[in-house]
Design a protein around this ligand. Structure first.
Ligand code: UD1
Length: 352
């Protein structure tokens, strides 16, 4: 049996790992490595538990620091580990510093590697995630693209021969999560909100949160919405809020980061979702809740083209009116595919 080594480290990667691992373990011996990039129980531990992911075999405990420093320490740690384990295949997910370090470590050691969620482009090189995904795509041997536009980007960069359109693995995570979550009636009472009468907000991109004036301006605007805004706060954002004493805002209810299952149910019943997360834009589309993305561009262009995702600049004078006037109703085609993890594992068996 071939050994496959999956490298994860940040919250969205745990979500992607869950269905992949389940499918992969039927035919490969899988070793899971957690770099430690996200380490709190609420950003990491809880996800392993709720998504029923086996405990990582190794945890490198690497987090914090500047990007180059964090990525460099991961690269050193992963090189040692790859020497020790000697896997046949390395698997990396998404676009974080963990993805970059994993892809580089495998390439330097001539170990075959696969990138899950390949080909996404924002064409904004000031995003650390954009650099991470471009480098991962160019160094990995097999690229699993979630959408047709991702496939087109890969072809344009001369990577078409290494790429396969598999669909998006988060479709499988979502199906599992929704079934497991059920309706969770106590959730709304505990958060003091009513289904269908709240906005759900997440913000963590450096572009939105690192400048305190920008973050405060955006939140001040959102505090004027017609329903309460539930805001599970990412640690990066929490640090900025505390450091600069931003808030509180009457209409904005801050909570700690929530577990995957609670968060899915909250997405289902929100009047609108307001976010800068990539994964949430997709989940909102599949679930059928209108999504406002507070970024100038998105990697998930299909959700915008279908009319279910609106890119919006909070500095526009009619920002709030545009949110209120956004009523998508069109059909939602299955642009992210289905039964994705199984297709990925079949490809791995065939190609490696
Ligand atoms: C990272 C990813 C981003 C992904 C996001 C999901 C990169 C470049 N960015 O951003 O692509 O969308 O994760 O959440 O890899 N922290 C805690 N507790 C934790 C995790 C982080 O306190 O459990 C703190 C860190 O110490 C750091 C800050 O939050 O000070 C930011 O964490 P970091 O891993 O650098 O990047 P994210 O902003 O989370």
């Amino acid at each position: 049996m071939k050994t496959l080594l999956s490298i994860v480290g940040a919250r969205p990667q745990f979500v992607k790992l869950a269905p992949f691992s389940r499918a992969a373990r039927a035919v490969f011996e899988e070793v899971v490595v957690h770099t430690g990039q996200h380490f709190d129980d609420e950003m990491s531990g809880k996800f392993f538990e709720e998504l029923e992911i086996p405990r990582p075999d190794h945890n490198l405990g690497i987090n914090g620091g500047k990007h180059g420093d964090q990525t460099g320490r991961m690269l050193t740690g992963l090189e040692h580990l790859l020497e020790q384990v000697g896997p046949d295949i390395v698997v990396v997910f998404g676009d974080t510093n963990t993805t970059l370090a994993g892809a580089l470590a495998a390439a330097k050691m001539n170990i075959r590697s696969v990138h899950i969620e390949a080909g996404l482009r924002s064409f904004n090189r000031s995003m650390p995630e954009e650099i991470n995904r471009v480098v991962a795509d160019h160094t990995c041997d097999l690229l699993f693209a979630p959408t047709r536009s991702a496939m087109d980007h890969l072809s344009r960069e001369g990577l078409g021969h290494r790429s396969v359109l598999t669909g998006d693995i988060m479709v499988d995570s979502l199906a599992f999560g929704l079934e497991k979550a059920g309706s969770r009636p106590g959730l709304f009472t505990s958060l003091n909100i009513e289904p269908g009468k709240y906005y759900l907000l997440t913000l963590h991109r450096p572009y939105n949160v690192d400048d305190p004036e920008n973050l405060a301006g955006l939140l001040k605007q959102l505090a004027n919405l017609d329903h309460p805004v539930l805001f599970p706060v990412h640690p990066r954002t929490r640090d900025i809020l505390y450091r600069y004493g931003i808030g509180p805002f009457d209409n904005i209810r801050l909570t700690a980061p929530l577990g995957y299952l609670d968060f899915l149910v909250l997405q289902q019943h929100a009047v609108r979702i307001i976010t800068d997360s990539g994964g949430i834009q997709k989940e909102a589309y599949i679930i059928g809740t209108p999504c406002i993305t507070v970024r100038p561009e998105t990697e998930w262009v299909e959700t915008v083209e279908a009319g279910w995702n609106l890119l919006l600049d909070w500095r526009l004078p009619d920002f709030l009116q545009r949110i209120a006037a956004f009523h998508p109703r069109g059909e939602r085609a299955a642009i992210f595919g289905s039964d994705v993890a199984r297709k990925m594992v079949e490809q791995l068996q065939e190609k490696f």
